[in-house]
Write a protein that binds this ligand. Structure first.
Ligand code: PLP
Length: 399
């Protein structure tokens, strides 16, 4: 009998975290690697946010806080939802955890019985299926093709719903594709969901503030209030305010769900750091300038990467409307051979080969959609130019 649980044997360590670690290791050995694998903004946390954290330390805000965060943070989150999303939440409809990741995990722990189904549109953020498996749920992958701009076809969604479906996860803008749902597209999904009142919706809005082409963000709750009693909106400070290391995410939803999440959190992590909470209050209140500046920078980088790769016919590049990722189809390279005669059989082989050639990308397999790879443009223009040149010349060397 194994000492370790079956639960843990079902899951893998996060592939994106391990690729970034491998790239870092190679860099430490002195190899020049252009890192296109990062899942975090390359900017530093703004000074006003750091200052708020330092003040919190100096003011002795170093003790336990309520499980769902301080009153001030709760108020700042409620105001954020009102100001930016026109959504009104009461204090007991808000939870705060150690990152959006923990908030999502807590919601699944609170709701999933063995075998319950969670519909996960693919390509997906790597952690959704493994979290579903950890709580003994059944991840039901809903393929969203390149032809449909990596978005859910409403009829396909309906076909996946069964009486065991507990959640549908929506992530717009998406990691890894940058696909962004318009209001009309969300309305069409809402129409299906309204026909199935036992299904809850988890909207993962982590990339809300990284959108391009003057698009206006909306989540499904903003387009259809009738879903209110079964929608859980997840957000966090990681991506919008360059605060990945601070570990603070939050969720808003029906108070019966928040109550169960709070129970779980009170018996596991208690709450996220009091210092991070103080920093998050400042981030939520005073970041418009930072957000607008970054949006512009990310859009310029997206355009740069697109212009570097779009004419290279062996790769098909999907133009993202948000996030800081480009999802690239490498179908045409499958079956080609490297100089040493070994064949590139899949996107994992290709990503390993790219790493040997000095560029770290994440293989599409990690996101449930093979023959693609993900490039993160959370890096400088110089790195984008050099990295794209390396990708193209590595591809050209394949026979
Ligand atoms: N959701 C998506 C789509 C993500 O890409 C990430 C992080 O990469 C998260 C949630 C979790 O972010 P955090 O736990 O840092 O708030």
């Amino acid at each position: 009998m194994s000492f370790f649980s079956q639960r843990v044997s079902r899951i893998q360590p996060s592939p994106t975290i391990s690729i970034t670690a491998k790239a870092k290791e190679l860099k430490q050995e002195g190899k020049k690697i252009i890192d296109f694998s990062a899942g975090e903004p390359d900017f530093d946390t703004p000074d006003n946010i750091k200052k708020a954290a330092i003040e919190a330390i100096n003011n002795g805000q170093t003790k336990y806080t309520p499980v769902n965060g301080t009153k001030e943070l709760n108020e700042a989150i409620i105001k954020k939802f009102k100001r930016e999303n026109d959504l009104v939440f009461a204090p007991d409809e808000i939870t705060v955890g150690c990152g959006g990741k923990q908030v999502i995990y807590n919601a699944l722990v609170a709701t999933i019985e063995k075998g319950d189904e969670i519909i996960i549109p693919a390509p997906f953020w790597v952690s959704y299926p493994d979290m579903a498996l950890l709580v003994e749920g059944h991840p039901v992958v809903l393929d969203c093709s390149l032809e449909n701009n990596f978005k859910i076809n409403p009829q396909d969604l309906e076909n996946k719903i069964t009486n065991r479906t507990k959640w549908v996860i929506l992530n717009s803008p998406s990691n890894p594709t940058g696909a962004f749902y318009s209001e009309l597209e969300l309305q069409n999904l809402a129409k299906i969901l309204l026909k199935h009142p036992h299904v809850w919706v988890m909207c993962d809005d982590l990339y809300e503030h990284i959108i391009f082409d003057n698009l206006k963000f909306k989540n499904i709750l903003q387009v259809d209030e009738k879903l209110r009693s079964r929608t859980f909106v997840v957000n966090g400070v990681s991506k919008a305010y360059a605060m990945t290391g601070w570990r603070l995410g939050y969720g808003a939803g029906p108070k019966n769900l928040i109550k169960e999440i709070s129970k779980i959190q009170s018996q596991s992590t208690t709450h996220t750091s009091s210092i991070s909470q103080a920093a998050a209050i400042e981030a939520l209140k005073n970041s418009d300038e930072f957000i607008n500046k970054n949006k512009k920078i990310f859009q310029e980088r997206r355009d740069l990467i697109f212009s570097k790769l779009k004419d290279f016919s062996s790769l098909q590049v999907f133009l993202p409307q948000g996030s800081f990722y480009v999802y690239v189809c490498c179908n045409d390279l499958m079956g080609k051979k490297k100089d040493d005669g070994t064949e590139i059989k899949n996107d994992i082989d290709l990503s390993d080969y790219f790493l040997d050639e000095g560029v770290a990308v994440v293989p599409g397999e990690a996101f449930g959609c093979s023959n693609f790879f993900r490039i993160s443009f959370a890096t400088s223009n110089e790195n984008i130019i050099e990295g794209c040149d390396k990708v193209v010349s590595a591809c050209k060397k394949l026979k």
